[in-house]
Ligand binder design. Structure first.
Ligand SMILES: Cc1cc2nc3c(=O)[nH]c(=O)nc-3n(C[C@H](O)[C@H](O)[C@H](O)COP(=O)(O)O)c2cc1C
Length: 339
């Protein structure tokens, strides 16, 4: 399946694994790239640029396919040393960077000078247009369904993706709520050139996280995520648990007067407790509504292969069949006869 995204990044399948804190290590990124998608190492999970350089080298030892690094520009007072992280990416020979959070504008000259292709993840048409204007090569359009930070517009992908298609000249992938071949076909129909998946990739054999996390994702339904930190304009979609219930209770009490310090116990330092120790009640960790569609823990290759196979089946049999006027129940029979 060739799209503007497979061509841009030199990959075989239009499927990207979004950067994920304490999940996007070399093992997962390499597995995704080896299966024909684009794996992404999460830059800031590596506490120093030197550690990121080591992680890039580990990933390169596991795959000879293209992979990328995520750089999340956080709204913090003490910013991580981004120029040094970019040097580690450049020196590691990585040619694709997924940016997220704040605009990457300030860092675009350094990234472009290193011949790096930039895909910026954002949650609105206006931010997508800004990304295009500052020279990003592609955008990951993240709808309200997404795990992590959906922004403050609450715009679901059914509207956001076609709006992005109307406005953008650069290619974009659909992010948020993507799980399988059905999502891929829908994303393509809405104008995207591929999909970006986060939550779905956590429930895979290769994802280097505690088994409790994978089991929690399989057990959860689409009703089990919550939005937190809205009062701070830093909304995050997370899987509910005892820590999140505590957090929401504090949010209720404080209302608009909420300060980050009020909820620090439930949001700071949570990722290692959840992802490494498997303590599922530690606090808030990003998770998408797509958990409702995740019922197994396949290998990354099984997941990507079946996503492409399902998409192909849907396009060739169901959609073309509908145009040919073949009733749906007969399409399967006809397809089996041809096979
Ligand atoms: C556990 C987890 C951690 C994440 N951490 C980051 C991150 O550090 N930086 C980032 O840009 N996006 C992060 N994301 C967002 C994903 O890259 C992706 O955009 C999102 O998960 C897509 O929505 P989905 O979960 O419905 O597939 C994270 C998502 C999850 C589930």
């Amino acid at each position: 399946m060739k799209t503007a995204i497979t061509e841009l990044f030199g990959i075989e399948r239009p499927i990207i694994q979004g950067g994920m804190h304490y999940v996007g290590f070399a093992e997962l990124a390499a597995a995704v790239s080896n299966a024909g998608g684009l794996g992404i190492i999460t830059g800031l999970t590596q506490k120093t640029p030197e550690l990121l350089a080591r992680e890039i080298a580990r990933c390169r030892a596991m795959t000879d396919k293209p992979f990328g690094v995520n750089l999340t520009f956080l709204p913090t007072f003490s910013a991580p040393p981004y120029p040094e992280y970019i040097s580690a990416i450049r020196e590691g020979g990585v040619k694709i960077v997924e940016t997220a959070g704040r605009s990457p504008e300030q860092y675009m000259p350094a990234l472009k000078a290193a011949g790096i292709k930039v895909i910026h993840k954002c949650t609105s048409v206006r931010h997508s247009l800004k990304a295009e204007q500052i020279g990003c090569d592609a955008v990951s359009v993240d709808g309200f369904e997404c795990g992590g930070h959906p922004g403050e517009d609450d715009m679901p992908n059914m509207i956001l993706l076609p709006r992005a298609a109307e406005e953008l000249s650069i290619p974009f992938v659909a992010s948020g709520g993507m799980a399988d071949g059905r999502s891929l076909v829908a994303a393509l129909a809405l104008g995207a050139a591929g999909i970006n998946m986060g939550t779905r990739f956590i429930a895979t054999k290769e994802a280097p996280v505690h088994e409790n996390v994978k089991k929690a994702i399989v057990a959860a339904t689409e009703l089990d995520t919550r939005l937190v930190m809205r009062a701070l304009r830093n909304t995050e979609r997370v899987l509910t648990n005892k820590g999140v219930e505590r957090l929401i209770e504090i949010e209720r009490e404080k209302g608009r007067a909420l300060k980050i310090d009020d909820i620090l116990d439930e949001v700071a330092g949570v990722y290692p407790k959840v992802m490494i120790d498997g303590n599922m009640d530690a606090g808030a960790w990003s998770c998408g509504m797509v958990v409702g569609l995740i019922n197994d823990i396949p290998t990354v290759k099984e997941l990507i292969d079946r996503t492409i196979a399902e998409a192909e089946r849907l396009i060739r049999r169901r959609l073309v069949g509908l145009l040919d006027g073949v009733p749906e129940e007969k399409q399967e029979k006809k397809a089996r006869a041809v096979a």
